[in-house]
Design a protein around this ligand. Structure first.
Ligand code: CMC
Length: 374
């Protein structure tokens, strides 16, 4: 491979952003300058969503207005409910999310208006409606009646309500809210870069988010939280964990939920999520996955010097909350829509078509032969 190829754009700075940064001086992911874990301690997810989209934390009047708008847009069109009802029950919910956002683009009156004001309105609509679409599919595929969104519930409470028909206790909702805050934004990761690349041709926000969802689905990105759960299920009990991880390392397997392109000595989101995973495990009186978690982590750090990323604690936390495993990455989606939207708006505000080059290693020039001569 030629020297100047940076496969995977490793180490390449491609643009500027004001949305988020991993700040080495505080060893933390920050959104608009605030450490993600501080936001978890002080805010609800709606406040962080506002921050990411509007560049600053809201005061109470701004928050009330933002929440009202989000609640007013939760409902789906009859058409979209019908489409979801007719989707194959075996579809991966990430594909459902991707298709639902695409349909929202067909229905939105402002699809072709990419002005900053229209983009903000559309971002809010996508943010408000996507959880409803996912929860509707969650119910339909189990043969249950769709539960419509409720305006007197917070974003997190409403998602639980639409999936399960009830809101769990406060600590569980808080743990879910924390996971949404931690998943909301992470600079130029693959799905965000996908969204920005789509935007760079001056395409619309529904298309950019549809593409971002497809990108997030992969197991090397958002799909890792589902893979973590599959791994934990394979391990089954704490007594099996040591043998399992040693075997995986011997076979040079990639252990899901570990490693990161940016963090090389620990993902700053993990301690917060680990704490809430512990709280949920305690409430649910099920420490099995916590014990497996600790054993696998210890070996990965000791033998490979590779630390867990945020997908490692979110996987078993969502499982204990009662979500089906293939809904873990869709939960990531409903949060990351905020980060994607902020980046899409940032790209529009200072756009340059993203068009890298490739080093060609195919055939030399060849003459085209007529069909009967080939
Ligand atoms: N298990 C075992 N070995 C690993 C792992 C892992 N999870 N992660 C990295 N390594 C090894 C890798 O094999 C390589 O070893 P060697 O140099 O001997 O070939 C070395 O560490 C460097 O890894 P890399 O794959 O070149 O690093 P990268 O920056 O390209 O990849 C990653 C980062 C996240 C794709 C990778 O760590 C990985 O595949 N992790 C598992 C999937 C995962 O948990 N993804 C979630 C990422 S964070 C949240 C998100 O974005 O959704």
């Amino acid at each position: 491979m030629s020297e100047d190829i940076k496969k995977g754009l490793l180490g390449i700075v491609v643009d500027e952003t004001e949305v988020s940064k991993v700040m080495p001086e505080i060893n933390s992911l920050t959104y608009r300058g605030y450490a993600a874990q501080d936001l978890c301690a002080a805010c609800r997810f709606e406040e962080v969503a506002y921050l990411i989209l509007n560049k600053d934390l809201p005061n109470s009047i701004q928050l009330k207005k933002f929440e009202k708008e989000e609640k007013d847009h939760r409902e789906l069109s009859k058409n979209l409910y019908e489409i979801i009802k007719h989707m194959p029950k075996k579809s991966h919910p990430m594909d459902v999310a991707r298709t639902a956002v695409s349909v929202m683009g067909l229905e939105d009156k402002e699809t072709s208006n990419s002005s900053p004001e229209a983009n903000m309105r559309k971002a809010l609509r996508i943010f408000a409606k996507t959880p409803t679409a996912l929860a509707a599919f969650y119910r339909i595929r189990k043969g249950k009646k769709i539960i419509k969104p409720k305006k007197d519930l917070t974003f997190a409470e409403n998602f639980f309500y639409m999936c399960f028909g009830k809101v769990p206790q406060r600590e569980i909702v808080k743990a879910f809210d924390v996971s949404l805050i931690l998943y909301a934004e992470h600079s130029f990761n693959v799905s965000t870069f996908t969204a920005r690349t789509i935007t760079s041709s001056l395409s619309d926000i529904h298309g950019a988010i549809t593409g971002a969802i497809a990108s997030l689905k992969g197991p090397l990105h958002g799909g890792a939280n589902e893979e973590v759960m599959h791994m934990m299920r394979k391990i089954k009990k704490p007594e099996n964990a040591l043998k399992w991880i040693n075997n995986a390392l011997k076979n040079k397997e990639v252990v899901m939920g570990f490693g990161h392109r940016v963090y090389k000595s620990g993902d700053s989101r993990v301690p917060t999520m680990r704490e809430y995973f512990g709280k949920v495990a305690k409430i649910k009186k099920d420490r099995t996955f916590e014990k497996i978690y600790d054993i696998v982590e210890k070996v990965m750090i000791k033998k490979k010097n590779i630390y867990p990323n945020v997908d490692y604690p979110t996987g078993p936390t969502y499982h204990l909350m009662g979500f089906d495993t293939d809904f873990f990455t869709p939960i990531f989606v409903i949060s990351r829509i905020t980060g994607w939207s902020a980046h899409i708006m940032e790209q529009h505000a200072a756009n340059k078509l993203i068009r890298p080059l490739a080093s060609y290693k195919g055939n030399k020039h060849r003459k085209v032969m007529q069909l009967n001569q080939r």
